[in-house]
Design a protein around this ligand. Structure first.
Ligand code: NAD
Ligand code: DAU
Length: 357
């Protein structure tokens, strides 16, 4: 039967990739896409589905109880997928309150509205409905680069360090509590670092591609040896689709691909591939600038995706070597998109973070 999805944050990086992936994969679904369109949300990401009647865009705040309740009244929602969040660690260090407000209180509001719409008088929920919280591996804290055989598993204790990860961990605990207390059908996915099209250039990979192309300095935090576990965004979208349809209710699923790389490796790879793709020999490692480290900088993230592999048959499909080339080619072919998102407030942000360019 045709399913109706309430997707929040679907004009952001992963959310827009998810909306496009789902509409491409399934003919008979409807997606109600709620996004506040903060600096990170961009309707251009959804331009290719502008006239697709299966997609309805609503500009609204996930903290707005009336607006969200109205959507549950208007549509018979089967699945809620909560992507909407303040997502950038550096911004959370400057303004933690915004992260508590959107990520924690926004999630609580989404849970309340979902419960009000779905819970029957006897406390049961209709078969097949599900609320999925899109979370992050950062809630587990940090691993050591000296112990490369240790990984985050679903039973690793929550131990966030940044205001961003603290807000995501807190939201996760509310989702768990709504499952435990009200019997709400919930899942939580905790994914590692994503890369791919439509990522806002405050994040490492698009920032480095954009700077390299313009011969601007490439700011590497600290010693450049912090490790992240990179996953191509479409693989994350596939995992979310699988957890929605087949994940066991109440479970947490870690999503990641044993693709751990030190930041300096990523930056050098981007230099090499951007130079190759543009034929520009001025894009060299001389652009690298080691800058002051991020406060409380987590050293290493690494996911063991054993559970999602064993239960749902999910595995990352895009090799990093292919994904990074695809990603660089995408940004080089979408300069208007980059110009659009880096105009206005971005410059102010960038200059404050890295010094006036
Ligand atoms: P993003 O910053 O690119 O997009 C967030 C979207 O949420 C934007 O479109 C923004 O307009 C919207 N939004 C923000 N506040 C809102 C509000 N109050 N109401 C409605 N919409 C609002 O983020 P992303 O990188 O696409 O991340 C999406 C989700 O995935 C987040 O929950 C994040 O914590 C999680 N996540 C991200 C990664 C990653 O590597 N990017 C990895 C794991 C998990
Ligand atoms: O692990 C999942 C998380 O990945 C998500 O939950 C977050 O929403 C997402 O932003 C991302 O967090 P990170 O902090 O890991 O990503 P970011 O791209 O900001 O940084 C990646 C690494 O690169 C990190 O070690 C910091 C470093 N870095 C980042 C920037 C922006 C630099 O060295 N220089 C930079 O200019």
């Amino acid at each position: 039967m045709a399913k109706t999805y309430l997707v929040t944050g679907g004009a952001g990086f992963i959310g827009s990739n998810f909306v496009l992936y789902m509409l491409h994969k399934y003919d008979d679904i409807k997606i109600v896409n709620v996004d506040l369109l903060t600096y990170a949300g961009n309707l251009e990401n959804l331009a290719s589905i502008e006239s697709d009647e299966r997609h309805v865009f609503v500009q609204a705040d996930i903290r707005d109880a009336q607006a969200i309740a109205a959507l549950f009244e208007k549509y018979d929602i089967d699945y809620v997928v909560n992507f909407a969040a303040e997502s950038h660690v550096d911004r959370s260090i400057v303004d933690p309150g915004a992260f508590a407000s959107t990520n924690v209180m926004g999630t609580v509001n989404m849970l309340n509205c979902t419960r009000a719409a779905w819970e029957r008088e006897d406390g049961s929920y209709p078969e097949g409905k599900k609320y999925l919280q899109v979370s992050t591996d950062e809630v587990y804290g940090s691993l050591s680069i000296d112990e490369p055989d240790t990984f985050f598993r679903e039973d690793t204790p929550i131990n966030p360090h940044s205001p961003y990860s603290a807000s995501k961990a807190s939201a996760d605990l509310f989702v768990k509590a709504y499952g435990d207390t009200y019997g709400m059908p919930v899942n939580i996915t905790r994914c590692s670092n994503n890369y791919g099209p439509f990522q806002f250039p405050e994040k490492l990979i698009p920032l480095m591609i954009n700077n390299a192309e313009a011969h601007r300095e490439l700011p590497v935090y600290g010693d450049g040896l912090n490790v992240r576990d990179w996953l191509y965004v479409e693989d994350h979208c596939k995992a979310i689709d699988l957890v929605l349809s087949n994940g066991r209710v109440g479970e947490v699923y870690n999503v990641g691909g044993h693709n751990e790389r030190p930041n300096i490796f990523i930056v050098k790879k981007i230099i090499e591939e951007t130079s190759r793709a543009t034929g520009d020999e001025a894009i060299t490692e001389d652009l690298i600038k080691y800058v002051q480290d991020r406060k409380g900088h987590d050293r290493r993230y690494g996911i063991a995706p054993d559970k999602i592999k064993a239960e749902l048959g999910w595995e990352p499909e895009t090799r990093f070597e292919d994904g990074i080339v695809k990603t660089i080619d995408w940004y080089l072919a979408h300069k208007e998109w980059m110009e659009h998102v880096t105009s206005g407030a971005y410059l102010e942000y960038y200059n404050k973070m890295y010094g006036v360019r």
